[in-house]
Write a protein that binds this ligand. Structure first.
Ligand code: ASP
Length: 591
């Protein structure tokens, strides 16, 4: 059997006889001597086969990339001048004596000994090969380290790992459900869990006290960048705790994990109220590495004749902000045009700007298409509120608040990237004091987290002004990405019914959909709260990957298709009949 992993041999093994197994990463014929780079999970070993070991040599001549072979040989020091300091095994090589071909390989559809951009679908279609690449294997390995770190930490804090069902009823987390038809109950469906939320709450009712699970969750969302229909959460719930205690435990876990796995030190995470995050960054997941902030100027522009600004300034749902970019006056017209297109993606109708050239000349020293509409005084008042300096550029957003927040929030991040303004590599924070609800496009209210989140007020206060009520929810944010979020939950049936009522779920519907939860709340439900981390995003950030697909072994592509298995696929008519399902002809044609 194997004596060592290829990647594990080093100078301490010199003169030892070894047996290695692996894949031929590269084969080089050096006039009479054959070099094979043999690869396995742990790395690469250089194998040399001389013509005087005739049999081994003949086989070495016949092997090709990705053949699986076994090598028996002796470890020796590489000759002076051929030592490879960049390779952990680079000081030694194996003088191969016996070579066994365990399996041949067809020519891979893409090179594995170097990155070639073959397109993601080809990589996903051949994921079993793509994962052979050391870069990808390292990501899987790192992910495994993260999950065992989290398990160890939570086990050490007396959390209990409990599994919850995959075939269940809908748990609303704001997405569509994946449904599974029931064969035994025609016309009825299971839903795959959007999260284990209600089960973990019921585990608290049962007295589990501290629960965690590395749980698969399923959300049928519109195809937004970097979402997966199934993803993994580190799901956590805890009884008899308040927000502070919970946030402290979670912060400790993340801080220690970054220290131990990445050697990164975090100091204590700032806690930013939601209202402040929206005011300064237009986002509830601010990227605090970027030192740019919004400044509201609606009061200054409301009186001007310039409708583009005055309209939103006077609209209760509008917002007018300025974003001062120190030293940004060098941005070209072409770049400004590109940024204008960029904010257009978020619904902004334009992008107004002012370049601050010579402030000492007053409005004369400002270069901009809009100063003439604002008037010199207002323009200068804005400059003084912003603390503008020569060499700055100021961008403006004026529209419905939602559009301004999204468009200028995204521009803030883009400018940070383009102008390389990052002040640090990692910027974690908590966002707290979220509102309970937000308005839907049809004027109703929807829960910002989920309907089981506890408000920070009494049921009476909640009923009196649901729009302004705050919740006991918190999100952990890292570099502009939401790592996790949770809340203290409602543990009182009356409060739960009040929240359902505000969301337009009447008693009958509440009973039909969540009767089991309302029942559980009747029997001595302890105060409790929890949160869930997005494991894929966490690993993506920790491995500096571009997308969560890079840290999931077998992800779906951006059309929610598994390129490897071609799921979702058709099923035969017998199966459909058993499930009492009839596919509309037009549905097939439409797709
Ligand atoms: N269930 C929530 C979610 O999936 C997390 C939580 O509130 O614990 O977002």
């Amino acid at each position: 059997m194997r004596s060592h992993y290829c990647g594990a041999i080093n100078e301490s093994h010199i003169d030892q006889e070894v047996t290695l197994y692996g894949w031929v990463h590269r084969r080089r014929d050096h006039g009479g001597v054959i070099f094979l780079d043999l690869r396995d999970r742990e790395g690469m070993a250089q194998v040399v086969v001389d013509p005087d070991t005739e049999e081994a040599f003949a086989k070495a001549e016949s092997v090709r990339s990705e053949f699986v072979i076994a090598i028996k040989g002796r470890i020796r020091r590489r000759p002076e001048g051929t030592i490879n300091k960049d390779m952990p095994t680079g000081a030694v090589e194996v003088l191969g004596k016996e070579l066994t071909i365990l399996n041949a390989s067809a020519t891979p559809p893409f090179q594995l000994d170097g990155y070639v951009d073959v397109g993601e679908d080809t990589r996903l279609k051949n994921r079993f090969l793509d994962l052979r690449r050391p870069e990808m294997l390292n990501k899987l390995r790192f992910r495994s380290k993260v999950t065992s770190y989290i398990r160890n930490f939570l086990d050490g804090q007396d959390f209990m790992d409990v599994e919850t069902p995959i075939l269940t009823r809908a748990t609303p987390e704001g997405a569509r459900d994946y449904l599974v038809p029931s064969r035994t109950q025609p016309g009825n469906f299971f839903a795959l869990p959007q999260s284990p939320q209600l089960f973990k709450q019921m585990l608290m009712v049962s007295g589990v006290d501290r629960y965690y699970q590395i749980a698969k969750c399923f959300r049928d969302e519109d195809l937004r960048a970097d979402r997966q229909p199934e993803f993994t959460q580190v799901d956590i719930e805890c009884s008899f705790v308040d927000e502070n205690t919970l946030m402290n435990i979670m912060e400790q876990m993340v801080r220690e994990m970054f220290h131990d796995l990445l050697n990164v030190e975090f100091s204590s995470f700032p806690r930013i109220p939601y209202s402040e995050a929206m005011a300064k960054y237009g986002s509830d997941k601010p990227d605090l590495r970027i030192p740019l902030e919004f400044t509201d100027v609606a009061d200054l522009v409301a009186p001007v004749d310039f409708k583009v600004f005055a309209g939103p300034a006077k609209d209760p749902k509008g917002r007018v902000v300025a974003l001062r970019v120190p030293g940004g006056a060098g941005i070209s017209r072409k770049q400004i045009d590109d940024y204008t297109k960029f904010v257009g993606i978020y619904g902004a109708k334009g992008l107004a700007w002012i370049k601050v050239n010579e402030l000492e000349k007053g409005a004369e020293g400002l270069q901009s298409p809009i100063v003439k509409f604002l008037g010199d005084d207002v323009a200068m008042q804005i400059m003084s509120r912003l603390g503008a300096q020569n060499g700055d550029i100021v961008f403006f957003g004026a529209d419905k608040a939602k559009i301004v927040n999204e468009a200028i929030g995204a521009l803030r991040v883009k400018l940070g990237e383009d102008l390389d303004m990052f002040t640090c590599k990692w910027a974690p924070c908590w966002v707290v004091d979220f509102p309970m609800f937000e308005e839907t496009s049809d004027g109703g209210l929807t829960a910002i987290h989920h309907p089981f989140t506890s408000p920070a007020c009494t049921p009476e206060e909640l009923k009196a002004s649901p729009e302004s009520a705050l919740s006991q929810a918190y999100d952990m944010v890292l570099n502009g990405t939401e790592l996790g979020g949770g809340s203290i939950r409602i543990h009182d049936g009356e409060m739960q019914k009040t929240v359902f009522g505000i969301l337009g779920i009447d008693d009958a519907e509440a009973q039909e959909k969540f009767g089991f939860l309302l029942d559980a709340l009747k029997y001595g439900c302890p105060p409790h709260g929890g949160l869930a981390f997005g494991l894929d995003r966490l690993v993506m950030l920790m491995t500096d990957s571009q997308s969560i697909r890079e840290v999931i072994a077998f992800p779906k592509n951006q059309s929610a298709t598994c390129m490897l298995t071609q799921a979702p696929g058709e099923v035969d008519s017998k199966q459909l009949r058993e499930l009492n399902i009839n596919i509309r002809k037009s549905a097939k044609e439409e797709s």
